[in-house]
Design a protein around this ligand. Structure first.
Ligand SMILES: NC(=O)c1ccc[n+]([C@@H]2O[C@H](COP(=O)([O-])OP(=O)(O)OC[C@H]3O[C@@H](n4cnc5c(N)ncnc54)[C@H](O)[C@@H]3O)[C@@H](O)[C@H]2O)c1
Ligand SMILES: O=C(O)CC[C@@H](O)C(=O)O
Length: 410
């Protein structure tokens, strides 16, 4: 399909070693300018490269702050090749008329499998036994080792990952309780706890699956850790900001918490060559992993295709289905029409100004799609017009007060 801006001129910046399936997906769709990096970029370089990019793909290490987005003068879309989107200033992106896409389920199963494996390892006390064996020690004893069968797993955040963990845990004979701020359908025999405290007081394994938000920041602090049963274990594969890591280190030192598996940290290294620093280093009863909960080849390959396909679809067709910060519009193909995209601040009068423009030009609208949220309106207009008319329409649309962005797709 021919687009107003030739595809071969659309610059795609892919960072943090997203799967090569993303590159293949762009290439198959006719995009050839792909700037691929295996790492995240230092702030200065990120600002310099994003200034030129039309599409950017990142994982969790690249922070697209308001300041960085200020430099992104040509950017039309952002792809997070992961579930979490907390690393992007979603409100600033929206204000700039830039939709953000992610892969909401592609690594769910990978995280859930790791969590179950860690629950078994922690309840058996394997991390400490493993560490001691590596030092030439031998602790052949059942003391402090338990089956997971019939134990209670407490899931904090009963969303996509939390529910998968619950189902797998139930398959192992665990009893499942959960806490969520939303009312949730219990799967299998899972039961909602009456509160976070209730969950913490009852669970043998507490596992966290909440997003990074103001309400989850340090939600597991000193007092919450103290509410956990003595000898219980904690798993965090959500975000590093959710747990007060110093308080956790203290609870582990005091042996109130028997063990922990931590995949995410308040501060994570920028890349694989940078050092990892944490108060948990050296604790034998802690499994430390470098934010790889979702890092399986299956998950990463699927994420590469899923997010790249969403970006291609938006760039080629204007569809914003499943954007996380933007009005969602699913669009049919437009083989015989010019398609005009108009993104504006959601203030009164913009739509009537747009429609006035078309009636004044005596132009036939073949189809019109509109979706709004509190901040932004997204109108897509398919119109019978030649290339020049469409170009002049785009300029007139761009002049409407409140306009954030306009594009023409031919
Ligand atoms: N370690 C990894 O590699 C990895 C991989 C994937 C996802 N994650 C993280 O896991 C998080 C969860 O993923 P998901 O797909 O299950 O998300 P989700 O949106 O499906 O589920 C999150 C759940 O948490 C609930 N929640 C939000 N705030 C809460 C609060 N204060 N208290 C209790 N519940 C609350 C929500 O209502 C929702 O049900 C992601 O946001 C991401 O940060 C990490
Ligand atoms: O791949 C990543 O960097 C992040 C993985 C995970 O935290 C997610 O949010 O999906």
């Amino acid at each position: 399909m021919k687009t107003s801006y030739p595809k071969q001129d659309i610059k795609v910046l892919l960072l943090e070693g997203v799967s090569r399936t993303a590159v293949d997906t762009f290439q198959r769709a006719g995009y050839s300018q792909i700037d691929y990096h295996t790492k995240s970029l230092p702030d200065d370089e990120l600002k310099a490269r994003i200034a030129d990019a039309h599409i950017i793909g990142i994982r969790s290490r690249t922070h697209l702050t308001a300041d960085v987005l200020e430099h992104a003068k040509r950017l039309i879309a952002i792809g997070c090749y992961c579930i979490g989107t907390n690393q992007v200033d979603l409100a600033s992106a929206q204000r700039a008329g830039i939709p953000v896409f992610n892969a909401p389920y592609s690594n769910t199963r990978s995280v859930a499998e790791l969590v179950i494996a860690e629950a078994i390892m922690l309840l058996r006390g394997i991390p400490s036994k493993n560490a001691l064996c590596h030092r030439g020690g031998w602790t052949k004893s059942a003391s402090g080792s338990f089956e997971v069968r019939d134990k209670i797993i407490g899931i904090v955040g009963y969303g996509h990952i939390g529910t998968q963990v619950g189902l797998l845990a139930e398959g192992l004979g665990m009893r499942v309780i959960f806490h969520d701020i939303e009312s949730k359908l219990s799967l299998g025999n899972a039961r909602a706890a009456s509160s976070l405290d209730d969950l913490l007081e009852r669970a043998d394994v507490v596992t966290l699956h909440v997003p990074e938000t103001p309400s989850t920041k340090l939600m597991m602090g000193q007092s919450e850790l103290a509410k956990m049963q003595k000898g219980a274990v904690l798993i965090n594969a959500s975000r590093g900001t959710v747990v007060d890591i110093d308080a956790l280190a203290e609870a582990l030192r005091k042996e109130h918490i028997a063990g922990a598996a931590i995949d995410v940290f308040p501060v994570e290294p920028q890349g694989n060559d940078d050092p990892f620093v944490s108060p948990l280093i050296g604790m034998d009863n802690v499994i430390l992993t470098p934010h790889i909960g979702g890092s399986t080849l299956e998950a990463q390959d699927n994420i590469g295709i899923e997010v790249a396909s969403k970006l291609v679809r938006y760039s080629d067709n204007g569809s914003t289905l499943s954007a996380v910060n933007f009005p969602e519009v699913t669009l049919p193909e437009h083989p015989r029409s010019r398609r005009l995209l108009h993104i504006h601040r959601n203030v009164p009068g913009v739509l009537s100004r747009i429609n006035e423009l078309f009636s004044a030009g005596n132009m036939n609208i073949d189809a019109q799609f509109l979706q709004t949220n509190a901040e932004v309106g997204y109108v897509v207009i398919d119109v019978s017009a030649d290339e020049n008319q469409a170009g002049s329409l785009r300029d007139k649309l761009a002049a409407i007060p409140g306009t954030l962005r306009t594009r023409v797709l031919y």
